[in-house]
Design a protein around this ligand. Structure first.
Ligand code: PLP
Length: 415
């Protein structure tokens, strides 16, 4: 940090401000987490200087002997973590991992069937504004008004659409995903089954959510959400032919030189995920999310699907005067960072919404447990009960800052 301070005090100042923001607020965005200092050190390493187009032992540049070793280490560790045979650790993001899957297994205009964005799916699962929806013919399944996937309905749609690929996995689905059932449906219509486990990967790695293997032909994830690694993506499979196609799709298909420093950081993250302590963390993530749901239900809030099986809770304000956007803003003023989200039966626009998505991974990484989540859930309810009471929001913000200060996540430099 001190070199940055000397060379570029403006960027240094912004970085320190962001550090304080992350430390002082309660970070409850379900897709965010606090990565490990060792991961950040690897990300800031000399590997950032290295061009390594290609794959270990098959590069287009010289001087790749250490890049080869670090990439192979990341591959071996992630395969061990998820119990699969082949991994591509080069995607720069979850979106690029998904793009790589499509590029590997589909042709333009092929039919894909994914979860509707407004029902909890991701943009890259065929939304019309995304290249996945522009390049392929996308069709969607959703959730029922009870907030759950109805697998009979998915089957019905799949039989009508006859997609080449079915995509399962979501950005805002609080319940377990039944990969075996999805595979039955995929087999009935002769489709590839692709699971995007970006949100739940950390739980899967710990056995806290059923594994997509052996059911799915291909699996992607981000590495920075519940996995707590660096920002990035991965693609996993047990099928050698698919693995070969994926490698060609990523490089030279859609990427050039891989981010070797990020691959090194992924290896560090996977090593953390392989430790016995990881299971303790993942169990706590789920336990904390459950407390959040239970308290909010007790306080009279409508929780989509009536609870959670994973790391996130979706709160619905369909029966309230205020929107998700207003709730998001009010909670932000109270030092609690969440995001607005559409809910089943949505009546407002996607920019306004009738819900918020709240996650437990980041605060669990700080060491918070059920006791703290009970306090926080009650404070969330206090803010929502008094959505226009700005003085109360400021008071709660101060209280949350004190609570946060008892759970130090990173050292803070003094200016
Ligand atoms: N897939 C799912 C299910 C996600 O929730 C996200 C991000 O939120 C992504 C893919 C995309 O990841 P990235 O933001 O790294 O492109």
């Amino acid at each position: 940090m001190s070199i940055l301070k000397t060379v570029d005090p403006v960027v240094y100042d912004l970085t320190v401000k962001e550090l304080h923001r992350q430390c002082d607020h309660l970070e409850m965005i379900a897709s965010e987490n606090f990565t490990y200092p060792a991961v950040m050190e690897a990300m800031g390493s000399v590997f950032t200087n290295k061009y390594a187009e290609g794959y270990p032992a098959k590069r287009y540049y010289g001087g790749c002997e250490f890049a080869d070793q670090v990439e192979q280490l990341a591959i071996d560790r992630v395969c061990k973590l998820f119990g699969c045979t082949y991994a591509n650790v080069q995607p720069n993001s979850g979106s690029q991992a998904n793009q790589g899957v499509y590029q590997a297994l589909l042709n333009p205009f092929d039919k894909i069937l994914g979860m509707d964005l407004s029902h909890g799916g991701h943009l890259t699962h065929g939304a019309k504004v995304s290249s996945s929806g522009k390049t392929y013919s996308s069709f969607f399944y959703g959730v029922e008004l009870d907030g759950r996937i109805n697998y009979d309905k998915v089957r019905e749609i799949a039989h009508i659409v006859k997609p080449k690929m079915i995509i399962c996995g979501a950005s805002a689905y609080p319940r377990e995903i039944d990969f075996a059932k999805f595979r039955e449906i995929a087999d009935e219509v002769g489709a590839y089954l692709f699971a995007d486990i970006a949100h739940i990967a950390g739980l899967v790695a710990a056995g806290e959510h059923p594994s997509p293997f052996p059911h799915c032909h291909i699996v992607t994830s981000t590495t920075h959400k519940t996995l707590r690694g660096p920002r990035g993506g991965i693609i996993l499979t047990n099928d050698e032919e698919i693995a070969k196609k994926v490698n060609s799709a990523i490089f030279p298909g859609i990427q050039g030189g891989p981010l070797v420093h990020v691959i090194a950081a992924k290896a560090v993250g996977f090593a953390e995920n392989l430790k016995p302590e990881w299971t303790t963390y993942a169990k706590q993530v789920r336990a904390n999310a459950k407390v959040l749901a239970d308290v909010l239900i007790k306080r009279g809030y409508d929780i989509v699907s009536g609870g959670t099986d994973n790391h996130l809770v979706l709160v619905s304000f369909l029966n309230k005067e205020f929107s998700g956007k207003e709730a998001d803003l009010a909670l932000g003023h109270a030092g609690i960072t969440v995001n607005k989200n559409t809910v089943p039966g949505e009546t407002r626009s996607p920019f306004v919404t009738s819900g918020v998505r709240i996650g437990s991974p980041a605060l669990t990484a700080r060491g918070m447990k059920e006791k703290e989540f009970e306090i926080i859930a009650n404070k969330i309810a206090d803010v929502l009960d008094n959505i226009n009471d700005e003085a109360l929001h400021v008071k709660i913000k101060d209280e949350m800052k004190v609570l946060a200060s008892n759970f130090i996540i990173y050292d803070r430099p003094t200016y």
